[in-house]
Design a binder for this molecule. Structure first.
Ligand SMILES: Cc1ncc(COP(=O)(O)O)c(C=O)c1O
Length: 374
């Protein structure tokens, strides 16, 4: 059976380093906010060229901390794609604010800056005050930050980058973590940089927003433990997870290069048969997922069954756009609807992707897919 994501191959490489780092945490016993947390935050800050890094308990909590740092209030609107994982819109809704679903472009799967006007008009028609844009770097490729930032500036909006999937990616050679006013990422195990449990981080250059996120991470703490200056959460990253991430950081760049090689090989094997991923000239992808678009007439369920019979795992990210899901149906959608989003939900297919996928296995995946396409 082929692995969709192979965490065991990675662990084999770094197991002794991970064991040593975990043993060190067990020896010093500072399980909450231990020295590894500060060490990881410093390493991430230098890696992502961000002034402040606030590690936290998950990618979802990173988004919520970021939104608290922006001062998002109930009833305010945030533009977000519908073609994303639930957490992007959920973080907005859970704070009582309003996700306003905007259209993606049909090649990168990311927000289309040229279509943001339709989202703004939909919000304004309902008297919703839009305060920010949440870009999502879907499948590893950062969104078109140049166009989105221009739009945000012209309309006096802040920009949050949901880089849960695109951390390690770059836009015009600038690293994810430095591309928006605030960036949030996830260290969920299957992410390009994943720990062995839940984890995440917030990145920003802004001192005041960093302070608000840092305080919100620990119950809105002020200058001492029992002073509370805002409503917050318990959203710290465990010291043990920070220790594991430090071991993984050491091979992260090399793994990103390997993921890019895997993507290049798929491109050669598959581009004549399906629509392979489009990566903008300005982008470097961290390849969280390798997602193709199947030909219009193909039967996706059938293809998945045939692949599975050949021992080839596949997945659908994401089969149901957020604006069609019951808890989110009441939120505004761009004027004119989200036809591209809905088309993608019906036609995308994710193939195995991890740094240790070798050429022989990739050939098997490609042969299996080509024969399943019929
Ligand atoms: C685009 C996106 N945003 C947010 C999240 C939330 O991250 P987490 O699962 O760490 O809460 C995820 C991942 O699961 C994601 O893919």
């Amino acid at each position: 059976m082929i692995s969709f994501i192979d965490l065991a191959a990675q662990q084999q490489r770094i197991r002794s380093d991970i064991d040593a780092r975990i043993a060190k945490v067990l020896d010093h016993g500072q399980y909450i906010m231990g020295p590894e947390v500060a060490e990881l935050e410093a390493e991430l800050a230098s890696y992502a060229k961000a002034k402040h890094v606030i590690s936290c308990s998950s990618g979802t909590d990173a988004l919520i901390l970021a939104l608290i740092a922006f001062g998002l209030r109930p009833g305010q609107g945030v533009i977000v794609p519908s073609f994303t994982f639930a957490a992007s819109a959920e973080a907005i809704a859970v704070l009582g604010a309003i996700p306003v679903f905007a259209e993606i472009d049909g090649r990168s799967f990311n927000l289309d800056a040229d279509r943001l006007d339709s989202a703004l008009s939909a919000a304004h028609a309902q008297q919703i005050d839009i305060v920010g844009i949440m870009a999502v770097g879907l499948f590893g490729q950062p969104a078109n930050i140049t166009a989105l930032s221009d739009y945000a500036q012209a309309h006096n909006l802040w920009m949050l980058d949901d880089a849960a999937q695109s951390f390690g990616g770059r836009w015009q050679n600038r690293p994810s973590g430095s591309l928006a006013d605030i960036t949030a990422t996830s260290f969920f195990p299957a992410k390009p940089l994943g720990c062995y449990g839940d984890g995440g981080a917030v990145f920003t250059d802004d001192d005041e927003m960093a302070e608000r996120a840092r305080s919100a991470r620990i119950h809105g703490q002020g200058s001492d433990k029992y002073e509370n200056i805002q409503i917050g959460m318990t959203a710290r990253l465990d010291t043990v997870q920070a220790a594991i991430l430090l071991a993984k950081m050491a091979i992260f760049d090399e793994e990103l290069q390997l993921r890019n090689k895997v993507a290049d090989r798929y491109e050669l094997l598959l581009s004549e048969h399906v629509t392979t991923p489009f990566i903008a000239a300005d982008a470097y992808s961290s390849w969280a997922q390798y997602v193709i678009i199947l030909p219009e007439a193909s039967n996706r369920a059938d293809i998945q069954t045939r692949l599975s019979a050949d021992g080839i795992p596949s997945a659908i990210y994401y089969p149901r756009p957020m604006h069609t899901q019951p808890p989110y149906k009441r939120y505004p959608v761009s004027e004119g609807g989200l036809a591209i989003t809905e088309y993608m939900a019906d036609h995308v297919l994710a193939l195995p992707m991890h740094p240790y996928l070798d050429e022989t296995v990739q050939r098997n995946v490609a042969d299996g897919l080509i024969s399943a396409l019929g």
